[in-house]
Design a protein around this ligand. Structure first.
Ligand SMILES: Cc1cc2nc3c(=O)[nH]c(=O)nc-3n(C[C@H](O)[C@H](O)[C@H](O)COP(=O)(O)O)c2cc1C
Ligand SMILES: Nc1ncnc2c1ncn2[C@@H]1O[C@H](COP(=O)(O)OP(=O)(O)OP(=O)(O)O)[C@@H](O)[C@H]1O
Length: 310
């Protein structure tokens, strides 16, 4: 997949079938929009493409990001998108709906078909809706395809609902709406060394950047991609009250990978969250904390041994 970070013409011979949206999470609805563009492109000799945008680091327009940029790109590429335009939001936010169609769809993509959900809006102050998209595209020879809304629990799937599910500890709901396990790939940093020296459970520390959505604190059954293999693991997200009871202690994300040893500092391993296990607690002794970590790790091994996840 070719990724462009500025408003520039993409590479296409016959023009593009373009999926439109922010696509945070690349959830079931997004997969239908992106997949429809890919299928239509294959059937009509067009280039499968997507138009999205980047928000500045501290921007809260859409809430904390569900996926890192790299994970978002990997998931979108795996659906078959070949040309991917992701300019900063400011590069097009003030365009009128007419200018959006001309400057983005015509000039950048030579679009022949566009794909979105019925709630798609575009142009300055989101003034354009799907009716206006039809009215502006069809005279320019661009067909507009409104994809049916993917549903979960009798409501439309949305990035907003997935953020709420993650924040409330409803990982099963979040993963069902995502259509794939929630995953992070934050850079591994140094912890305090307590895990190795006093607990017998060294941990991979992957703390959340400020612009990312942080799921509910708790202990999770996870798996981590190290040296090309998936390892069952147990992850704690929380303040670690047993070893640090200061009120302003930072929330950390730490993963114990049984049977693994190796130096991972500075790497960005993918960590998938599969099951919420229990809340984080303040234990009376380090032994009790160590027992919990080992119990969660055993559960994780059993869970993945019984699964046929690829
Ligand atoms: C699976 C798992 C569960 C955890 N649960 C808790 C917990 O319930 N309470 C707590 O105080 N710390 C918990 N922790 C955090 C540990 O206190 C932490 O890993 C340990 O202090 C090592 O920190 P370090 O990496 O800074 O050395 C958990 C860690 C893991 C990996
Ligand atoms: N449930 C859904 N089914 C099908 N298409 C959807 C669904 N939700 C969003 N879309 C479409 O996917 C594209 C990207 O959606 P976008 O990321 O902008 O919003 P969203 O998923 O609804 O999130 P938010 O909750 O932040 O509004 C848009 O074209 C949108 O119309």
């Amino acid at each position: 997949m070719q990724i462009y970070h500025t408003m520039t013409p993409v590479h296409t011979a016959q023009g593009c079938a373009v999926a439109l949206g922010y696509f945070d999470g690349v959830h079931c609805g997004h997969r239908m929009v992106l997949g429809s563009a890919v299928r239509y492109a294959a059937e009509n000799g067009l280039t499968p493409a997507a138009f999205t945008f980047e928000l500045p680091g501290n921007q809260t327009l859409k809430g904390g990001r569900i996926l890192s940029p790299v994970q978002k790109h990997i998931r979108i590429e795996s659906l078959g998108i070949e040309q991917y335009l992701e300019p900063p939001f400011e590069a097009f936010r003030d365009l009128s709906p007419e200018d959006f169609v001309q400057k983005v769809l015509v000039d950048c993509f030579r679009a022949k078909a566009v794909f979105c959900g019925k709630n798609f809006t575009f142009g300055a102050r989101a003034a354009g809706d799907v009716e206006m998209l039809h009215a502006l595209c069809e005279p320019r020879g661009i067909s507009v395809h409104i994809v049916p809304m993917a549903q979960y629990g009798a409501q439309a799937v949305s990035s907003t609902r997935i953020r709420a599910a993650l924040e409330e500890g409803r990982l099963d709901d979040a993963n069902a709406m995502l259509g794939a396990p929630y995953a992070i790939d934050w850079t591994v940093t140094h912890g305090k060394g307590v895990g190795t020296s006093r607990l017998g459970t060294p941990t991979v520390n992957q703390n959340y950047p400020p612009d990312a959505l942080q799921p509910c604190t708790g202990v999770y059954l996870t798996r981590i991609l190290l040296d090309g293999h998936w390892w069952p693991a147990a992850t704690g997200i929380g303040r670690r009250p047993t070893v640090d009871d200061s009120a302003n202690a930072a929330v950390t994300c730490e993963t114990y990978v049984p049977d693994f040893s190796g130096n991972l500092y500075g790497q960005n391993p993918v960590l998938e969250f599969h099951r919420y296990f229990c809340p984080v607690r303040k234990f009376r002794t380090l032994q009790e904390l160590s027992d919990l970590i080992h119990r969660a790790a055993r559960e994780s091994k059993d869970y993945f041994a019984a699964q046929t996840v690829k």
